[in-house]
Structures are given as structure tokens and as C-alpha cells.
Design a protein around this ligand. Structure first.
Ligand SMILES: [Zn+2]
Length: 602
């Protein structure tokens, strides 16, 4: 093999979960935290004119975050690669404990920061180092103004564990013991886990299997519906109470603030999606025709399209790496050199073996200022695009590595910019590279799966959640009403084009039950379209675009999205046009799909 498909863990800490180096590091962090606490409590930002004390505190924060981040990442990486290592959770527990200590100190820090008067603050910002990170500091001050007293906030933090976080945990627990019965061709019935059933229900090539599973699926969620209705109502009720206590107006304020964007921008994005929805509804109609159906059912939207049983070309890991490098090279040298470096230095764990966690991600080793990628490569085109996607994330971190730590934190909506961008480069190249029309159709269908998820499915989730939170603010929302709201949202988003809907989707979708982030939906569509908008700009002016692209990525952690887009692309994201350009790009894929499939059917 040209590129090894396992990552190098020994070069981070020697000895795995029993590593002495890890324990030494954790002991150092503990000492650092004690020093930090002392520094913090003795600092009086209000009366000290001097920027140096604040800079010292920030420097200490950075050292602690980096050290603890290094251990935390390492231990997660280890556990994901060797799931049967029971000792991993012991070390994870040690890391969590330190994190919770830091969390409490951070409230004290925020309180001190907001105690500084406006005049004093402006005086401090004359310091060049502080001015460079002023966006993040101002944000903390803004956020801090909402906080209740130190004691109240401490109590809330403690209650969260048995409150909102507990509802979320309970959801996961109940979900983990549910099973869905599946009867195969031979009449043999097996109980599938939720994850297994979901994969099969959406991806099985046999329409009958998908339909039968979907019926069982909805039955199981219905049977347990009362439990999930309670959980969702209490989780949302908790959140709304807290939002009100923090003086927020409406349930969208917090998620918008978290994503550093305005409601105007959100509305412009959804208006653009709605305006061009027809194209994607037509795609569903065409897909239904191809699968021999009049209308697709909810469970058929992502069904594979394999005409005459043709499977797309499979790659070895080496071939996938070379293909990615070759096509990144058409975009720019920085991305290409970075990718080569990452692959050659074993930053990627891609081996197909048991005892590994499913899924893929990119994570960062803050002390090395490097990233690592986890996935399982089996040779399908979607594995190649996952690898490209994660390399995109790693490149994003790479271009930001020399910035101050406080300028490196970006929100969920822009987090997917570089990954989707890299994935788009590769997906386009893969489609172009297809050997036959049949293969091209199947690859286009893969690509359009993402688009329909972003424009239709996630649109439905947002519509549901928006109306649910509006009604929840007035009182408990019954299970029956939750089903009604969900089906209404699905019918609106899918333009009534489906033959069946999923009333208990609000219970089956984990994202509605995440406690740490509200509205875990629109940032996906935002990230996808933001990236496509940038891609559209690149296609218009490819010459020297990489430089522009990198400077945009560098600012993702220190600007509001409206300013970011204005500064680097000279576009206004509060207007529909920017969003429409990205949607049109994908619309071209629909056109090609329809044309090719019509030809084949003649
Ligand atoms: Zn991603």
C-alpha cells in the first residue's frame, strides 16, 4: 500500500489508555487549573487598567484547553478504534471532571469581564493583542449580560445535569432498548436495533423490504409515543424557561445568536429554497418513475438507484487517495499539499475491520495543531466522498492554526463550509469520471440525496420545530398534536409529493432531543448552501480563488456570517440571490439526471 490506512496513535501518547504520559499530562493540567483559578480570583478587571493581567489569564486558558484537548481527543480516538478497551471510560471520566471544573471557572471569568465598564473596556482594547480577539471577547461580554447571579447560574449548571441533559439521556436510553422486528424472505424474524433498522429501511434496494420495515418502524414509535411526547415536552419546556430567564425574546433568538446570524438571513435562505423547490420535487417524481412507482413513499426518498443492477466503480484506499489528490490539484496547491501531507503522515484511520465505532469524523489535536480523521473505507464512492469531506474539515483547521485560540472557534453553520466544498469537488469529479450513463445516473442520485435532505427533509424538521416551540410556549403539546404538526410540516416541505408520511418522525429523529444545541437543523442547510454559494463563485472566477477561499475560512471564527460573506465574496446573505446561486448549481444535476434517465427509458 502506498498510504497506510491506520492512524498513528503512538506518536501522540505512548501506551494507549494505560499511558503514563497521559497521567502525567492530566496531573499537569490539574496544577495549571489551580494556578489559573488563583490568577482569576485575584484579577479585578474593573480597576486594573493594565491589559497584561487579562492577557495572562487568556494565555493560561489557552494552555489548559490545549493540553486537556490533546488528552481528550487522544482518548476518544483510541476508544473509537478499539471499542472493547474498557479502561478508556476511566480516563474519559478524568477528562470530564477537569472540564467541569474549567466550566465553572469560565462563568467567573465571564462575570468579571462584564463587570468592566464600557470606558475601561475601550481602554483595554487599545492593546493590540486584545484588539485582535475583540470579536470573541465582545461576544462573551454580550452573552454574559444575560446571565443571572453567579449563584443562580451555578445552580442552573448543576440542575442541567438532572434536567435538560437528563431528558436527552433518557431519550437515548429508551431509544437504545427499542427494537424493530424484521421478517426476511424465508419467514425468519429478527429484532433489529434502531440504527440497523433505519439503515435498512432507507437504503435497501428492495421496495418491499423498505415498506414493511417502515410500517413496523412507525408502529414501534407509536407504541412508545407517549414516553417520547413527555420527553420532548419537558426538554423544550426546560429550554423555554431558561431562555425566558435569560431575557430572550422567542425561541429562535438563541440558535441564531449561537450561529452568529440574523433572522433576516435565515428567512432569505428558506425563501430561496422554497422558490426553487419545484426542481427537487420533479426529481422525486422522476425517481419514482424510475423505481416503478407513481409516488415515492417516505421510506423511498433515499432509496438507491441502480439501473440494470449496475454498481458504481469501486476504489482501493490508495486509488481513492490518489483520486482526491489529483482533483484537489485542479483547485489549488495549498489544499493539495496539505492533503498529501495528511495522508502520508497517517492522519487517517480508515481500515475496514470489526471492533471499530461506525461513522466518520475529523478531530483536532490542539497541541500538535493537527487534525485526525476517523472512518471506515469499504471502497464505495460514498466512502471516497466521506474521506474528501473529512479532509475538508482538516484543511479548515489547518488554515486557522496560527490564529489566536479565541479566533478559531466557529459555529455549526459555517463548520461544514470547507468539508462540503471539498466533497463537492470530488463528487463532481466522480460524476464526470463515470464510465457509463447508468453509473452516472446512480452517482447523480447519490449526490442529490444530500440536496433533497437539505431542501426538503431538513426544511420539514425546521417547520415542525418552529411550530412546536410556538405551541409549547403556551402549554403541553399532546402526542396527537405533535403528529399533526409533523405531517403538516412534511406535506408542506415535500409539496404533497409523497404517498406516505412519517407522523412520529419527531420521536424517531434524535436531533430534536439534543440538549446542548437548540434547533439542530437549519445550520445544516445553511452550511451546505453557504458552501455551494462559494463554489458557484469559484466556478465563475477560478483563477487564484484558493487564496480568497483561505482568507474566508480564516475569518469563520471571528465574524458574523453576514460580514464574512460581504468581506470575502462581496455578497449579501440577507438577500435570496446568494442562496439561489447555490441551489441552481444542484438544479443542474437534476436536469442531467432527468435527461439521462429519459434517454435510457426510450
Ligand atoms: Zn462534516
Amino acid at each position: 500500500m502506498k498510504y497506510l490506512d491506520t492512524w498513528d496513535l503512538e506518536s501522540i501518547f505512548k501506551g494507549g489508555t494505560n499511558s503514563e504520559e497521559v497521567q502525567t499530562k492530566l496531573a499537569t493540567v490539574k496544577e495549571e487549573v489551580a494556578v489559573y483559578e488563583e490568577q482569576l480570583t485575584s484579577w479585578n478587571g474593573e480597576s486594573e487598567n493594565d491589559a497584561s493581567a487579562l492577557l495572562e489569564i487568556l494565555k493560561k486558558q489557552e494552555v489548559i484547553n490545549k493540553s486537556l484537548g490533546q488528552v481528550g481527543t487522544f482518548i476518544n480516538m483510541w476508544h473509537d478504534a478499539f471499542m472493547d478497551d474498557v479502561h478508556a471510560s476511566v480516563v474519559k471520566g478524568q477528562v470530564m471532571e477537569l472540564y467541569s471544573e474549567i466550566q465553572q471557572l469560565s462563568t467567573i471569568f465571564t462575570k468579571k469581564l462584564i463587570a468592566i465598564s464600557e470606558d475601561q473596556w475601550n481602554e483595554l482594547l487599545r492593546n493590540e493583542d486584545l484588539r485582535e480577539i475583540s470579536f470573541s471577547l465582545e461576544e462573551t461580554r454580550e452573552h454574559g449580560k444575560r446571565l443571572l447571579s453567579e449563584d443562580e447560574e451555578k445552580l442552573i449548571a448543576k440542575l442541567n445535569k438532572d434536567g435538560i441533559a437528563a431528558w436527552s439521556d433518557l431519550y437515548n436510553t429508551v431509544g437504545s432498548i427499542l427494537t424493530i422486528p424484521f421478517t426476511d424472505k424465508d419467514g425468519q424474524t429478527t429484532e433489529l436495533s434502531i440504527g440497523q433498522a433505519m439503515n435498512k429501511m432507507y437504503a435497501d434496494p428492495d421496495a418491499k423490504v423498505r415498506t414493511e420495515l417502515f410500517e413496523e418502524w412507525e408502529k414501534v414509535w407509536t407504541k412508545n409515543g407517549p414516553i417520547f411526547a413527555d420527553i420532548l415536552n419537558h426538554l423544550a419546556g426546560y429550554r423555554l424557561t431558561l431562555q425566558e430567564a435569560h431575557g430572550r425574546k422567542g425561541h429562535l433568538e438563541e440558535p441564531l445568536e449561537y450561529n452568529r446570524m440574523t433572522e433576516e438571513t435565515l428567512n432569505a435562505m428558506w425563501s430561496a429554497v422554497d422558490a426553487q423547490k419545484q426542481t427537487f420535487l420533479d426529481y422525486l417524481t422522476q425517481k419514482a418513475k424510475l423505481l416503478g412507482m407513481e409516488k415515492l413513499g417516505w421510506q423511498d426518498v433515499d432509496a438507491p438507484v441502480a439501473i440494470g443492477g449496475t454498481e458504481p466503480t469501486r476504489f482501493t484506499y490508495d486509488e481513492a487517495c490518489d483520486f482526491i489528490i489529483e482533483n484537489f490539484a485542479l483547485f489549488g496547491p495549498e489544499l493539495t499539499d496539505f492533503t498529501k501531507h495528511a495522508l502520508e503522515n497517517r492522519w487517517v484511520e480508515a481500515e475496514d475491520r470489526s471492533n471499530k465505532r461506525p461513522g466518520g469524523y475529523c478531530t483536532s489535536l490542539p497541541e500538535f495543531e493537527e487534525s485526525r480523521i476517523f472512518m471506515t473505507f469499504t471502497g464505495s464512492p460514498s466512502d471516497t466522498s466521506t474521506l474528501a469531506h473529512e479532509l475538508g474539515h482538516a484543511f479548515h483547521s489547518h488554515v486557522m492554526k496560527d490564529l489566536p485560540e479565541l479566533n478559531q472557534g466557529y459555529a455549526m453553520n459555517v463548520a461544514e463550509t470547507a468539508s462540503t466544498f471539498a466533497e463537492t469537488i470530488i463528487a463532481d469529479a466522480t460524476v464526470k469520471n463515470a464510465a457509463t450513463d447508468e453509473e452516472k445516473i446512480s452517482l447523480l442520485a447519490n449526490k442529490l440525496e444530500g440536496a433533497t435532505a437539505m431542501f426538503l427533509n431538513i426544511r420539514a424538521r425546521f417547520l415542525f420545530e418552529d411550530s412546536f416551540y410556538t405551541e409549547r410556549a403556551k402549554g403541553i403539546v399532546s402526542e396527537k398534536r405533535l403528529n399533526e404538526l409533523m405531517v403538516e410540516a412534511q406535506k408542506e416541505a415535500f409539496g404533497d409529493r409523497l404517498s406516505s408520511y412519517h407522523p412520529h418522525f419527531w420521536a424517531a429523529k434524535l436531533h430534536f432531543f439534543i440538549d446542548s444545541v437548540p434547533f439542530y437543523n437549519f445550520p445544516y442547510t445553511f452550511g451546505y448552501l453557504f458552501s455551494l454559494g462559494i463554489y458557484a463563485e469559484y466556478l465563475k472566477h477560478p483563477e487564484g480563488f484558493e487564496e480568497k477561499y483561505i482568507s474566508l475560512l480564516k475569518d469563520t471564527g471571528s465574524m458574523k456570517v453576514e460580514d464574512l460573506a460581504k468581506k470575502h465574496l462581496d455578497v449579501d446573505v440577507t438577500k435570496q440571490e446568494f442562496w439561489a446561486a447555490g441551489i441552481e448549481l444542484i438544479g443542474k444535476d437534476v436536469e442531467e439526471f432527468v435527461e439521462l434517465t429519459n434517454q435510457l427509458q426510450k
